[in-house]
Design a protein around this ligand. Structure first.
Ligand code: SAM
Length: 330
């Protein structure tokens, strides 16, 4: 009887998963996913982009093996379904570059595990902050593209005219909302660098006039007075510790109208803190990539809400490990 090695293969696939990820992010960085999506010859590409012909040939061959490109004689072309993905979600290109940057953060995992907190980022990471912040904000829209429709379809929007989006940089939610609901105005609060870049990102977008940008620190400055019909806090709380988030939720509750609605959207953990998978992995990234960030359980969030005098009404599991919590003011 021969040994059955099949259980080994998925494990080995996971262990070596970084190779495919690196091929994709490097291809994004080098411009292989940049329009126009015409057929590519390694010779011509290498001259135009000042990269080695051998290098680019091996990279595109790997993309063929991964099912992303096709080979036609001596040229290569992005597969139809992948091209359509990039045309439909142009922010994906930014997400690839963002992930390329995140790779440097994951490099510090061992140090983070040994010490239990974030290692100091290397000088070069800090030096490219303005550039990487823009990439980060554009990448956030790639994720919000699929989350915004889910959030819009799960909630009622009648009577919602003024929404405060705290930490709404990149305006993924704000743009989706003002484009869908013509009577809605969104006040988008974020740190000054992020609101400046967001102004640039939304400049030519429909509905941008109904997005009011407020450059402020949500944790140390007062929130805009409002009162608001609805407040959204999406993917912000994982950058800060529990006690700071409890204060933010309290402050947000104060800025809601009576019967107003607070939404918390994040990678919330189950009570065992072992799922959802995306949230558990993301929590590690927060430990090594932010000074004080963390992911929280739904029961922790419930406590903040109750402490702020709000009632947790509903919890919705969303795509890719995200959870939406909806709470109401009396
Ligand atoms: C992960 S992004 C999420 C962006 C957006 N809410 C979304 O879901 O696509 C976190 C955002 O929070 C902002 N942020 C971080 N700390 C903040 C603070 N103290 N006050 C206001 N915004 C903050 C960041 O600049 C960034 O735009």
């Amino acid at each position: 009887m021969t040994d059955d090695f099949s259980p080994l293969f998925p494990f080995l696939e996971m262990v070596g998963g970084y190779a495919a990820a690196r091929v994709l992010t490097t291809a994004g960085k080098i411009g292989l996913f940049t329009p126009p999506y015409k057929s590519i010859s390694p010779e011509a590409f290498s001259t135009r982009h000042h990269v080695s012909e051998r290098g680019i040939r091996l990279l595109i061959n790997a993309l063929v093996a991964l099912g992303i490109f096709e080979k036609e004689d001596h040229a290569y072309i992005i597969k139809e379904e992948i091209r359509r993905l990039f045309e439909r979600f142009p922010e994906l290109r930014w997400d690839l570059i963002h992930h390329d940057h995140l790779y440097n953060v994951w490099e510090r995992l061992e140090e983070g595990i040994r010490t239990g907190h974030s290692p100091n980022p290397p000088e070069e990471d800090l030096a490219r902050y303005p550039e990487s912040l823009e990439i980060f904000l554009r990448a956030m829209r790639a994720h919000t593209r699929f989350l915004a429709p889910e959030v819009m379809s799960l909630l009622k929007w009648e009577g919602i005219y003024h929404l405060l989006d705290i930490g709404g940089g990149g305006a993924g939610f704000a743009l989706s909302l003002v484009q869908r609901f013509e009577a809605l105005t969104v006040t988008l609060l974020d740190l000054p660098d992020a609101t400046n870049l967001t102004k640039k990102i939304i400049a030519d977008e429909t509905g941008a006039k109904r997005i009011i940008l407020v450059p402020r620190n949500a944790y140390t400055d007062p929130l805009p007075e409002g009162p608001f019909d609805r407040i959204l806090i999406s993917h912000l709380i994982h950058i800060y510790p529990a006690e700071d988030n409890q204060r933010l939720v309290e402050e947000a509750a104060y800025r809601l109208k009576p019967a107003g609605n607070l939404l918390l959207l994040d990678y919330f953990l189950d009570e065992e803190e072992t799922g959802p998978r995306e949230a558990v992995l993301f929590r590690l990234l927060m430990m090594i990539g932010t000074p004080r960030g963390d992911c929280f359980s739904l029961s922790a969030a419930r406590k903040w809400l109750e402490h702020a005098g709000l009632t947790l009404e509903e919890t919705f599991p969303l795509s890719r490990g995200n959870t939406l919590i909806s709470a109401r003011k009396p």
